[in-house]
Design a binder for this molecule. Structure first.
Ligand SMILES: [Zn+2]
Length: 642
């Protein structure tokens, strides 16, 4: 996922008492992941302060895959827009790992369970009391010889993983829209299942919708499907639950290449297809460098602006914010990122949310590499510098324990893990490894890594073990175990970490300094050839305080208040709030009420909340936009407007 979104500090963190004890089977034996990671158990013992962390144990699922493991899901769901519910059945096929196991334990959140049957016969089940963020365990008694159950259920209109949009909240304004977002632990709010990244399953689905709408899923989609209100899907590769995704709307399809295409509402279809027209080349280049693409097609679904994230790597069909359609491909690193997840994340998956950096650090590293292959060195360098600045900002503001890549998330909502630490620190670590052993050797290592762990969910310790047996062994004079441990298990950025540099930014620094010193006016800045990244660098590195005259000078010269690039507008509006530049405030209100991508709105709400006058503006915008925001965006920002 690309979100660069963290809620630490914005939310009171709920400490769960005994979330893992309610499902006693969780402690009954070690999981499959544990067993395979046994050789590196000492890594966690020596380096993690919280010694009692059980490596590979998923502290965010009640499920009992170590006894009974679900391996296939068959969904039959009706989408009811008037009641804002999904209702129908989920059939779970499972395998008894422990032949004596008598209960299947699943995750749910805000689900109404009507009945559970096997071979048409009702089964006993019990829905536990709900935990504040883990939801409620559903325990089903399993008779001998039963290997599948059918659960009849319906979701709640408040399901945390489902967003229902009214026609007014879409681009077309005529039809409602629905999309799901399952990562990290929201699949349980629309399907009863073992909601853990270490349980992989294949799935089939029948989705019933109003006749004039189209349903798409993270599965095989048919671009030529008839609009008849019944859509069939199949996902033949085993995936973790957080990658199950559904969207329903007035969707159209446009091909972008042999294996790539885009789905969206009609009004933005052409703009999206032209913005993302390099997707096919990215796919081919990535395959060439890092091994075959395992998922058949790679399509994009462009969501309405309320999508809370940049993108979500749902396999075969990445979900994408429309805020990156800039008209000049300047923000398409997001597509490279979601595509890269087809290797790191979707094929090799983090075993628990503590191991998220294995998904996001590798993906961020691959994103830089893809951008370099498609757009060249200069863009690669600029994006690396900006990424390093984002990382530094988080290191400066996060608690030390949250700067650790293998983060301790026990008793916490895993949504808090999405800072720049797993993303940019993870990528910087891999870049250091590359620098030390050389690109050719490092690419060989990556190829082997993706091949060795394909379609598996692995822990940090398994990765470290693999690294020690391969790269470290082959390059023992260049790499040290101690240094690797420091990167993964200690806070901060190790000294002498790589420092990305970009010549394209040096000219921006010179221009900014000359303007700040008063030597030149804004109109004299030679910015005709600047690209979006240079503008972002120019704005993001301004001093905290600027005078009203300086702001007016910039705005007049570059029309920053009216920038159509959502990232540039964001940076400018943030400067405007911090310096109370009122001419930008109308645009600020319009921005906050038309975009729900959390990375773009949250820093603005946070800045506004610092002063009483700002807070009033924030409240006005938030109250107006709240209905259209995703529950996650509401959750991340409501603290700023109280
Ligand atoms: Zn990602």
């Amino acid at each position: 996922m690309i979100i660069k979104y963290f809620v630490v500090g914005a939310l009171a963190l709920t400490i769960v008492s005994g979330c893992s004890d309610e499902s006693s089977s969780n402690t009954a034996g070690s999981t499959k992941v544990d067993q395979s990671a046994s050789t590196v158990a000492d890594v966690s013992k020596t380096k993690i302060e919280t010694k009692t962390i059980e490596v590979g144990k998923d502290y965010h699922s009640f499920g009992n895959p170590e006894s009974i493991e679900v391996n296939h899901l068959t969904l039959d769901l009706t989408v009811d827009f008037s009641k804002k519910v999904l209702l129908g059945t989920a059939q779970l096929d499972f395998q008894k790992i422990d032949p004596k196991a008598k209960q299947l334990v699943l995750d749910t959140r805000d689900l109404t369970i009507n009945d559970v049957t096997a071979n048409g016969q009702p089964l006993n089940f019990k829905l536990a009391k709900a935990d504040s963020f883990l939801g409620a365990a559903l325990t089903i008694d399993i008779p001998a010889n039963v290997d599948k159950v059918v659960i009849s259920y319906q979701t709640s209109p408040e399901a945390s993983g489902v967003q229902w949009l009214t026609p007014e909240q879409t681009a077309g304004k005529k039809h409602p829209f629905l999309f799901t977002q399952a990562q990290a632990i929201h699949a349980r709010s629309f399907i009863p299942l073992q909601d853990s990244p270490q349980v992989r399953m294949t799935y089939d689905a029948t989705i019933r919708t109003p006749k004039d709408l189209i349903a798409v899923m993270s599965a095989s989609n048919d671009p030529d499907t008839e609009r008849d209100g019944i859509y069939e899907f199949s996902m033949p590769q085993p995936i973790p639950s957080y990658l199950i995704a559904l969207a329903v709307g007035d969707l159209y399809f446009k091909s972008m290449g042999e294996r790539t295409g885009v789905y969206s509402e009609k009004g933005i279809l052409d703009a999206a297809a032209s913005e993302f027209s390099d997707t096919e080349s990215m796919l081919i280049a990535t395959e060439k460098a890092f091994g075959p693409y395992s998922w058949d097609r790679y399509d994009l679904l462009i969501l309405p602006p309320s999508f809370p994230f940049g993108g979500m790597e749902n396999p075969r069909l990445s979900f994408i914010t429309p805020t990156v359609i800039a008209g000049d491909k300047s923000l398409v690193s997001l597509i490279a990122h979601e595509l890269a997840h087809s290797w790191s994340g979707n094929t090799v998956t983090n075993a628990t949310w503590r191991d998220l950096w294995l998904n996001e650090g590798f993906t961020t590293y691959l994103t830089y590499r893809i951008m370099q292959m498609i757009y060249g060195d200069e863009r690669f360098e600029m994006e690396a510098v900006l990424g390093r600045q984002d990382l530094q900002a988080d290191v400066d503001s996060l608690a030390a324990s949250d700067q650790i890549m293998a983060i301790d998330l026990r008793g916490r909502d895993p949504d808090v893990v999405f800072s720049n630490i797993p993303y940019e620190k993870g990528a910087l670590f891999l870049r250091e490894l590359e620098n030390k052993v050389g690109r050719e050797n490092f690419d060989k290592f990556l190829l082997g890594y993706f091949e060795t762990f394909a379609f598996q969910s692995i822990t940090t310790e398994q990765f470290v073990n693999y690294l020690e047996q391969t790269l470290l062994k082959d390059h023992s004079t260049k790499l040290s175990k101690q240094r690797i441990q420091q990167w993964i298990f200690e806070p901060g950025i190790p000294t002498d970490a790589p420092v990305p540099e970009s010549d394209a930014f040096s000219v921006v620094d010179q221009a900014r300094n000359a303007w700040l010193s008063g030597a030149i006016r804004a109109t004299e800045i030679d910015s005709d050839k600047w690209v979006v990244h240079q503008w972002l660098y120019f704005l993001n590195n301004m001093p905290e305080k600027l005078s009203q005259e300086q702001l007016a000078d910039l705005d007049k010269a570059f029309s920053l208040t009216h920038s159509k690039n959502n990232e540039i507008a964001h940076s400018w509006l943030l400067i405007s709030v911090n310096n109370w530049y009122q001419p930008a405030f109308k645009r600020l209100h319009q921005y906050l009420t038309s975009i729900g991508r959390n990375k773009l709105v949250k820093p603005l709400y946070k800045a506004l909340s610092q002063t009483p006058e700002g807070k009033v503006m924030a409240q006005k915008a938030f109250n107006e936009a709240k209905e259209a925001y995703h529950p996650l965006t509401v959750k991340a920002n409501e603290g700023f407007v109280e």
